[in-house]
Ligand binder design. Structure first.
Ligand code: NAP
Length: 299
């Protein structure tokens, strides 16, 4: 299943997420993901694992043209004492990402978050230039709110091909997703598995997920558990299938080989209209994946 980012560029709808996986484990887990059939890998300068991801993709024997690789520019963030990258620093960051990944181009390059303030447009212009140079095929943003995208339009620049944002039944962002659909900007869902009781427990709870949400995910009468039992699949598969049926790209992360396989085994069942309505009624509001709060509300 593919998502058409532009007329010429199609992205495999199921990508493998790599946040909170170190270089050594990334090499192992990305290798397992590629064996399981994933052809789209999502990494970032900020994840500090591009070298491990690169070793796995170069070792697979799968031709580069059959793989879809996304990485992200860390824009800087004055609020965290990180200097904002200007045009030259953005070019240098992509060159370093390509070198660590050991590839000549990436399929999708994203600005990780809208944290560059007045320099957001300078970074976006740099991404447009990188696309013209052929170092990146498609360009997009992540964690951008409608206002951040309208800023690009007001400057007369071409709009992003995609916006990667937190999306799952508890965080459906209906206004932003409708806007993206209207503008032809693909929504890519991250942290699809937030409602699971197990989500990021092994990773030490690095997030803003509340104790109440944790308890809700563990309840035996949770609606997601009910749908999993109805369809004879795991709760994770219900959450991921919801994302696909909403038309989003999805990026499940796991370091467990069985779960890596389970998270791409999404095509033998379908959520019906009633199931989708049930899930639509579960929206609670903003994102929780970032410990510092929902980044679409910042910058
Ligand atoms: P996720 O994929 O929503 O969930 C991962 C968590 O769920 C881990 O604790 C994992 O543990 C567990 N898990 C995975 N599959 C499972 C299954 N089948 N059953 C039960 N538990 C399961 O997490 P995420 O890493 O937050 O998001 C996915 C990807 O989106 C990231 O890796 C990254 O590539 C991207 N992302 C982007 C941003 C952004 O700002 N652009 C932010 C967050 C994430 P195990 O590893 O032990 O299986």
């Amino acid at each position: 299943m593919k998502i058409q980012l532009t007329q010429d560029i199609a992205m495999p709808a199921v990508g493998f997420g790599t946040y909170l996986i170190d270089n050594k484990q990334a090499e192992v887990s990305v290798t397992q993901a590629l064996k399981a059939g994933y052809r789209h890998i999502d990494t970032a300068e900020g994840y500090q694992n591009e070298a491990g991801v690169g070793r796995a993709i170069r070792a697979t024997g799968i031709s580069r043209g059959d793989l879809f690789v996304t990485t992200k520019l860390w824009p800087g963030n004055p609020a965290w004492g990180h200097p904002v990258k200007d045009r030259a620093a953005t070019f240098a960051a992509l060159d370093q990402s390509l070198e660590r990944l050991g590839v000549d181009y990436v399929d999708l390059y994203l600005i990780h978050a809208p944290f560059a303030g007045p320099q957001r447009l300078e970074q976006w212009e740099a991404l447009i230039a990188l696309r013209e140079q052929g170092k990146v095929r498609a360009i997009g943003v992540s964690n951008f709110a409608q206002d951040h995208i309208e800023e690009i339009r007001a400057a007369g620049l071409s709009l992003p091909d995609a916006n990667q944002i937190e999306l799952h039944p508890w965080c459906q962002n209906p206004e932003l997703t409708s806007y993206l659909a209207k503008e032809g900007i693909s929504a890519i869902a991250y942290s699809s598995l937030v409602p699971l009781a197990e989500w990021r427990t092994a990773e030490g709870h690095d997030s803003a997920k509340s104790d109440e949400m944790r308890q809700d995910g563990a309840k035996t009468d949770s609606p997601i558990k009910g749908l999993a039992s109805k369809h004879g699949v795991a709760e994770a598969q219900i959450l991921l299938r919801w994302g696909l049926q909403k038309g989003y790209g999805i990026l499940p992360k796991s370091t467990n080989a069985d779960r890596i396989r389970q998270n791409i085994d999404l095509f033998s069942f379908e959520l019906d209209t009633g199931d989708m309505k049930h899930l639509a009624d579960m929206n609670r509001g903003g994102g929780v994946a970032w410990a510092s709060g929902d980044p679409t509300q910042q910058g």
